[in-house]
Design a protein around this ligand. Structure first.
Ligand SMILES: Nc1nc2c(c(=O)[nH]1)N[C@H]1C(S)=C(S)[C@@H](COP(=O)(O)OP(=O)(O)OC[C@H]3O[C@@H](n4cnc5c(=O)[nH]c(N)nc54)[C@H](O)[C@@H]3O)O[C@H]1N2
Ligand SMILES: Nc1nc2c(c(=O)[nH]1)N[C@H]1C(S)=C(S)[C@@H](COP(=O)(O)OP(=O)(O)OC[C@H]3O[C@@H](n4cnc5c(=O)[nH]c(N)nc54)[C@H](O)[C@@H]3O)O[C@H]1N2
Ligand code: SF4
Ligand SMILES: [Mo]
Length: 751
């Protein structure tokens, strides 16, 4: 038994916990310290962004002493960004939650043992359910814990605790891409592999600041030997745009009009790959007819671009042999994100830039396990990309889990913002927040905090006790973090890889996995999870859930298999069916990729055979009229506020990155606002002056940074600072429910 478990054993206070802890094979099982290779190291993936770099951890007596990027891993090829280099440092901090904390009657948070915490958790949530119905308690999860953990959470909450509503921070981030792919391709399937960055002759980045947000993917672009044309579509002159060959600085949220205009020009210029369109798509005739009104004049008027810029963009795509299209939050976080993402997909389809090296309609994910959350968190879909509303799917999953199919909800959950509205209307009264910090990151923060304050009982499960949301909680559950637990993550290119336990968790903190096991016990539903004893066990269960799906993992034997293959991209069907793939075409898992040739190759892309996941094997063109900005600049609030990532050294709400002295040196400590010098002059704001930025919802004091990176009439504030989201406007894409963080109206004046 390792030290952290031992200390936990002696510091808990109830008979039930003691019993659980004693029982071998129960608590903490599977949280086995990593085994060192003969050279004293072990490899695991980074727990920040979705790139999924492998880090080589140097161990002494089973505990990490330092790390270096893994040199022979297909993702990062020996590179890491500052967050990766500093990943171990942030674990050791006085801010860590080391015991459960319960708010007492006087409103103070006091340390309690696990037994008390768990008894209170079950008692309070059950009381709410008794009074207001089973669905009056909800949860909010994350894209930053292991797949096995998020699946456990989703199964425990929905099948064990009787909840219906649970969503995650991936709604803030990837919901748009998930819906766009599902509608266009028939499954949520980002098609690319990172070598596509190196094999393109034209790389189009739309609403993505790759340099800052995915620095190692950007390194892959820099390794491209074909002197690629790099087109960056972003209202701001970002670090990425500075390194582009074309910066298309359009007006915020005019992407849809631009992309339709480009499609119209491509069609008129004869750039359509007619064979590809005829063989592999549906709806082209309607799409091309729809595009006719997107004249140059209209595009110029709505995007603020010149005719030359637009035609050069289209001409570059036309001339490219291998064009890849990539998008991130500039597209997803929009009131019309899904249709914008699909407008990108449409460009790849009409030009036949799919399924070949260096091509694709490629959504870059954000968090280290966004892809795990999209397919295995049991929130938006039933484990393994199944459908809650489909009776066969419910029966299949119930059979695999050996549970009564009636335990599986027949309806979908409310979306994140609907859960917030549910709290506001009093329908939802209890909330369990796991590994996310909505009091900082959710849109329209003042309203968000007001909503969270209305809850009868708020539980926050986090590594740190002082996050903005933890400070509001009635009960804080101390969680182990990356490096202190094991499991798997799925990166942006669908690669499943391991994280490992290389450090003890502090105090009584336990892995999320163990906390879920404990909750199941105290809730009285542990029988349902009697086989869920370790992350390895759950991985085997999830493999069975994925069988026959596009995200089939059945060919991955176990964790060691992942180690020895440098991670494995899905689909990875089991060996027996690998050989049968061409004759068994109807099997979904076989569509798109030549598995027999390439299961063990280190880079694989989807749709090489042009077969998509819709029943007829074809991709769909989807399109809809662009809608104006939801909050247009006006006399009172004349500027558009953009938000996003600030530096490669800051992560989201900064709970982790602010713990590293090295990272702290690499970013501005205090909130700042980027203002165009022409605007600043007019407003009599000088460099480094205090500026007040105000929207209809809040007011923020920030240091003025004068820069031509932002266009006149626009300002930019990074999302990492506590107050940024006081300004943002709670608008959502109608299909994905993703918040439109990237544009709202503000005024700016000297502070
Ligand atoms: N260092 C660091 N890296 C990260 C993260 C982090 O917090 N820190 N977070 C990770 C996560 S979860 C995510 S989701 C990704 C996000 O990665 P990105 O999406 O690349 O990052 P953002 O800065 O949020 O947004 C990208 C760009 O969208 C632009 N934009 C704003 N409005 C529009 C518009 O209307 N049209 C277009 N075309 N562009 C627009 C912004 O100016 C911004 O430069 O980063 C991941 N990587
Ligand atoms: N204005 C604006 N707002 C935005 C965005 C934007 O571009 N602009 N981007 C949005 C996007 S894309 C995203 S993804 C969200 C991110 O928003 P959040 O998810 O709220 O941000 P994080 O800081 O990553 O929060 C993760 C929390 O989990 C904790 N944690 C870390 N590891 C573990 C673990 O293993 N277990 C547990 N239990 N806890 C752990 C961390 O301490 C932290 O408190 O922000 C969104 N908000
Ligand atoms: S690029 Fe992403 S995965 Fe790679 S080291 Fe940096 S944060 Fe970690
Ligand atoms: Mo994200």
């Amino acid at each position: 038994m390792n030290n952290s478990f031992k200390s936990l054993l002696y510091s808990t206070d109830g008979p039930l916990t003691r019993e659980l802890l004693r029982e071998p094979g129960n608590f903490g099982l599977g949280q086995v310290p990593a085994k060192a290779k003969p050279d004293g190291t072990t490899d695991m993936v980074c727990g920040y962004c979705s790139t999924g770099c492998s880090l080589r951890i140097h161990l002494k007596d089973g505990a990490a002493t330092s790390l270096t990027p893994t040199t022979d891993y297909p993702v990062n090829l020996g590179m890491a960004c500052p967050k990766g280099w500093e990943a171990l440092t942030v674990l050791d901090s006085p801010d860590r939650a080391t015991t459960p904390l319960l708010r007492d009657e006087s409103g103070r948070s006091v340390p309690v043992g696990w037994d008390c915490a768990m008894q209170t958790f079950a008692k309070r949530f059950k009381a709410i359910q008794q009074e207001h119905g089973p669905h009056s308690v909800a949860f909010l999860g994350t894209g930053q814990i292991a797949t096995e953990e998020m699946a456990f959470l989703g199964a425990l909450a929905k099948f064990g605790m009787g909840l219906l509503h649970g969503d995650g921070n991936t709604r803030q981030c990837m919901a748009t891409s998930a819906v766009a792919y599902k509608q266009a391709f028939g499954f949520d399937a980002p098609p690319y592999t990172y070598s596509d960055f190196e094999e393109s002759d034209v790389i189009v980045l739309i609403g993505s600041n790759l340099c800052i947000a995915h620095p190692i993917m950007w390194e892959r672009v820099m390794r491209n030997p074909h002197s690629p044309e790099i087109i960056v579509v972003d209202p701001r002159m970002t670090e990425t745009a500075m390194n582009a060959t074309q910066h298309v600085a359009l007006s915020p949220k005019s992407d849809l009009t631009l992309l339709y205009g480009i499609a119209r020009i491509l069609i008129e210029n004869g750039s359509v790959d007619t064979d590809y369109v005829a063989d592999h798509t549906n709806g082209f005739a309607e799409f091309s007819e729809y595009l006719m009104p997107f004249s140059d004049e209209r595009v110029i008027a709505e995007t603020g671009l010149s005719r030359d810029q637009i035609h050069r963009f289209a001409e570059t795509i036309h001339r490219g042999k291998r064009v890849s299209f990539w998008w991130t939050m500039g597209v997803n976080q929009s009131h019309q994100g899904v249709r914008t993402a699909q407008a990108i997909i449409n460009l790849a389809l009409i030009t036949g830039n799919m399924g070949r090296p260096g091509t694709g309609a490629n959504s870059i994910t954000g968090q280290c396990n966004a892809m795990g959350s999209r397919l295995f968190s049991n929130t938006t879909n039933l484990l393994g990309g199944h459908d809650f509303t489909n009776v066969q799917h419910r029966q299949k999953i119930a059979g695999i889990l050996n549970i009564d199919p009636d335990l599986i909800p027949r309806e979908n959950s409310l979306l994140y913002h609907e859960i917030m509205e549910g709290i506001l209307s009093g329908r939802i009264r209890g909330l369990w927040v796991i590994c996310t910090n909505p009091a900082h990151s959710w849109i329209n923060q003042n309203q968000c905090r007001d909503i969270l304050e209305r809850l009868d009982f708020l539980v926050v499960q986090d590594m740190y006790a002082n996050t903005e949301t933890a400070q509001m909680a009635d009960l804080v559950l101390p969680a182990a973090g990356w490096g202190e637990k094991e499991g798997t993550l799925i990166n942006s290119e669908r690669r499943v890889s391991r994280i490992k336990k290389v450090a003890p968790a502090p105090g009584q903190a336990m892995s999320d996995f163990s906390i879920f096991k404990l909750v199941a016990h105290y809730w009285g539903c542990e029988k349902l999870f009697k086989d869920w004893n370790s992350p390895q066990d759950v991985f085997q269960i999830l493999k069975r859930c994925s069988a026959g799906q596009p995200c089939d993992l059945t060919g991955i034997d176990d964790y060691e298999f992942l180690d020895s293959h440098g991670g494995v991209q899905w689909p990875a069907p089991e060996p027996a069916s690998r050989g049968r793939q061409s004759s068994d075409a109807p099997q979904m898992k076989h569509q798109g990729t030549d598995i027999s040739r390439s299961l063990f190759s280190s880079e694989r892309r989807l749709f090489e055979d042009g077969r998509y996941y819709h029943a007829d094997g074809r991709a769909k063109f989807l399109f809809e009229d662009p809608r104006p900005l939801t909050e247009r600049p006006n006399e009172k609030f004349p500027f558009i506020l953009l938000t996003g990532r600030g530096t490669a050294s800051q992560w989201h709400t900064q709970t982790r990155t602010k713990q590293s002295a090295v990272l702290r040196k690499l970013y501005p400590a205090d909130i700042f606002v980027e203002i165009n010098p022409a605007d600043a002059r007019r407003l009599l704001i000088g460099p480094n002056d205090k500026a007040i930025v105000e929207s209809q919802r809040g007011r923020v004091l920030a240091k003025a940074v004068l820069t031509h990176a932002v266009q006149p009439g626009q300002v930019f504030i990074p999302m990492h600072y506590r107050t940024t989201n006081q300004l943002t406007d709670a608008v959502f894409d109608p299909y994905s429910g993703q918040p439109g963080y990237k544009a709202c109206a503000v005024r700016v004046f000297r502070g």
